[in-house]
Structure formats: C-alpha cells, structure tokens
Design a protein around this ligand. Sequence first.
Ligand SMILES: Cc1cc2nc3c(=O)[nH]c(=O)nc-3n(C[C@H](O)[C@H](O)[C@H](O)COP(=O)(O)OP(=O)(O)OC[C@H]3O[C@@H](n4cnc5c(N)ncnc54)[C@H](O)[C@@H]3O)c2cc1C
Length: 493
Amino acid sequence: MLKGNKRAVVIGSGIGGMTAAALLARDGFKVTVLEKNDQPGGRAIGYVDRGFFFDMGPSWYLMPEVFSDFFKEFDRTPSDYYQLKRLDPSYKVFYGKERQYSIPADFEKTQKIFDSIEPGSGNRLKEYLDSARYQYEIAMGQFIYKEYSSIFDFLNRKLVFEGTKLHVFENLDGYVKRFIKDKDLRKILEYTIVFLGGSPNASPAMYALMSHVDFNLGVWYPMGGMYELSKAFHALCLEQGVEFRFNEEVRKVIVEDGRASGVLTDKGRTDADIVVVNADYPHAEIDLLRKGQRTYDERYWSKKKIAPSCVLMYIGLDKRIEGLEHHNLYLSDGWDEHFATIFDKADWPANPSYYVCCPSKTDPSVAPEGMENLFFLVPVAPGLEDTDEVRERYFNDIISHLENLLSEDIMGHIISKRIFTHRDFASKFNAYKGTALGLAHTLKQTAVFRPGHRSKKVRSLYYTGQYTHPGIGVPMVIISSQIIAKEIMKDHG
Ligand SMILES: Cc1cc2nc3c(=O)[nH]c(=O)nc-3n(C[C@H](O)[C@H](O)[C@H](O)COP(=O)(O)OP(=O)(O)OC[C@H]3O[C@@H](n4cnc5c(N)ncnc54)[C@H](O)[C@@H]3O)c2cc1C
C-alpha cells in the first residue's frame, strides 16, 4: 500500500487508462482521469442512432481469462458487471457467392469443414493448434506479463532458447504453409494477425498463438455490446475512488526539475506526483512534451511500421437479413495485394477483404425489432488521404459487394449510416496518421522493441496502451497497465 497521499493523473480513459487508474487507486493513489471525449472507453465507445446501438471499435471479446484475472485483483468477476455469451458459430467466412462456411465452436465440426476442403487438413489443423496452444502458454507464462527495461531482459538465453520454439524468427505465412496447403484455409489461420495490426508475411510465427485464442479459447460477446466493458471498467474505477473529468483535453505535460509534476488542460492546471499517458504515444511525445523531454522524436515515429487505419461503416437496416452470422469475414482473392497496400506501398486497396459484424443476430438490444445492425471494417494503410469521395466510393463498393454475396438488397434499406476513418481517428483520438491500432506487431516492434512504459527523459512519466508492450487489443492493453501499475508501485510505493 502507498505511503502518503500521492496523486496520479491518467491522460485518456481508454481501457488501458482505466485499468491503470483502477489499480493505482486500489494501491493508494488519488487518481484523476482526464479524457478529451465525453465517454469512457477510448476506441471502445459506442453511440445510439434511431434506436440502434453501435459499438464503434472492438467487437471481438477474446482471451476471457485476461478479463477474469483483472477483475480478480479486486475480488470481482466480469459477471458482476456484464453477461458473456460464447458465440456459436464463432464466425462465418466468405470466399465468394458459392463458397461460404460457418466455423462452429465445436472443434471436431471445424475439422470436418477443413477436411472437406483439403483432405487430411483436419488433423493438421489439430497439430497446428497444439503448437499454437504451446506458444500461447509460453508467451503468457514468460513473456507477455513481463516488463522489459533493457535489451538484456529480452535477449537472455532463455528467450533465445524459447524463442526458437516459439518460432519468433520465421514469419507466420511460412509457418502456416507447413501445415495447410489450401490458400483459402490458410486465410482462416492468418486473419487474426489483423487484430494485431500485422501482416502474415511480416509478423513472427509466434502469433500463431492467436489461432489458439480463436479456436480453443473461443469467441465471446458481452450482451449489450462491447461498450458494456467500458462501462464496467468505468464503474470499477468509480468504486475505487477514481475521479473522471470528461471533455477535458490535455495540452501539455508539465515537467519541473526533470520530473512530471502535472498537466495543463484546456481548463487549467492539475498537479500530480505521477503522470500516466494512455493517449496515443506519438501525440503525447510530439504534442504534449517539448523537444528535450521526448524519448522518441518525430523521426522515430516516421520510421516505425504504424498499424492500419480502417474504413468503418455503421449501418442500421429496416429489415433482417439472411446469410450473416454475428461475425463475418470476406476473405478476398486479393489477400496478398491487400496486405501489400497496407504495409508496403500505402494505397487504397482495390479488392479488399473486409469484416462485417451483425450483433443483432445475438443481441436484440442493439437494433429495433425486425431490424439489423451492421458494422463494416476495411483495414487500410495509415496516413492515406481520406476524402468524402473515397469514403462514398468504398461505401458503395462494399455494400454492393455484400449485396452480391448474400443476394439481398441492402442499399435500399439503410435508415442509419455513419462512416468513420483516418481523419476521424485523428480528430477524435489524436491518432498518429489516423491509425486505428497504434504500432504494428513486427519482430522489430515486439516486447523491448516497442516504445517503453517509462519515459527515459522525464521521471514519473509512464505510458500504457496499444503502442506499448504487449501491444494491440483490449486484453493486451489491460496487461500493459497491469505491468506499469507494478512498476509504479516499485518506484513510488
Ligand atoms: C475499429 C476497431 C476495432 C477493433 N477491434 C478489436 C477487437 O475486436 N478486439 C480487441 O480486443 N481489440 C480490438 N481493437 C483494438 C482495441 O480496441 C484497442 O487496442 C484498445 O481499445 C486501445 O486501448 P488504449 O487504452 O490503448 O487506447 P484508446 O482506447 O485509444 O484510449 C486513449 C484515450 O486517450 C484519449 N486522449 C487522446 N489524447 C488526449 C488528450 N490530449 N487529452 C485527454 N485525452 C486524450 C482518447 O480520446 C482516448 O479516449 C479494435 C480497435 C478499433 C479501432
């Protein structure tokens, strides 16, 4: 427990910020969260329009034990705040009008689907998942929950030894090919890399562990929508005595005698003994700190592989539609070209893969009766020029593509519509290059190679969230804050 009454300011009420706030308040800090927007949750927020409730960001609730472990730190369980449902089928994949498969939660049924496409691949899928389970257990047990303060923490003999077993030094695409020959089936084992803002060719094969998350741990949904999660973290923070100030944007981190001593917002000064940044890391370093105070300058960020942005489309239909499940993935023939337009030669993709979420298949509360709630996500390169003309073109192309896949009229039934992409990410979240996800997961941007949790230039200044270790995704940002809360207690407890 903390001695005295130290004050912590957290910049941003994303899941990462709220996790840190709750843990620090539990440990005795007087915590204030400053958030530029009017809701808690950061990327995990939502809005209501014409009776529809749209989750704006995350929609896959994965790695449920990370959430349970977090709530356990407060003698609580997720079910104290929200009700989870395991989805079955987990999702549906579309390769075209004629080739569509629902992937069941039951693994043996999934094996049969694999065998029907590539004889013998059901058993090889099992081998692949056994190795993914092993990778997951090693990663969770030894690498993910760990603070890397120097390169020596990372490049120790154990990691080099385990790293070989984790296939850190080969890429995911090559690794998947060893098990599965069929190109379309391989996409089912590779699509999860998009959750990490990576590409199968440039991400270490260690991330095969995401298939263990997908097939073995299952795909879940909090009834009411993912925003229930943000509400739960907010409620937990309030129970711990955290103060929230919404609609208050931090303009500067105050540094005195080399130490963060507070922040200046659009409403005035707030003093603190420590400052935790949950806002986008490049924004904090470039916009909130002066040159000599930055650990990473503009040049550093310009050389990094920034994770994708997305064209997001939130659509309410005045009818139900057949043929969709809760999660739906269109995995296009232009798979490699699409990744190339995101990571190699930034451009708008011509024949993109995309994701459609239809939560009204599971949850009647997110759409009026007899209607359907759709959320489309097309991953695209960060930093593209996002114009009204491009948005409308994508909107028309993707809707008519889905109409063709399902043989359904969609366009004529839209009663609620919103498009959200680069410039919205930049203005709503201060996102660097309009990225949705922060920093991609390449080998050179893993663990100690991600930007640090501690500033190297300013004492008592910490960073959490998707740019830092372990990385992108709601479970990962929870872990990021669990790590820094421990480090902060070491420094200040
Ligand atoms: C479209 C989309 C789909 C996704 N899908 C999934 C999924 O299905 N499953 C999953 O697990 N993950 C998913 N993710 C990733 C996941 O949502 C993020 O990795 C995670 O929510 C990031 O949390 P964070 O705490 O790091 O930051 P954020 O959520 O970005 O929070 C940062 C906060 O800081 C605030 N802020 C910024 N600047 C300032 C300032 N100067 N002053 C005050 N406040 C400021 C911002 O407004 C924001 O609220 C998705 C993300 C997106 C965008």
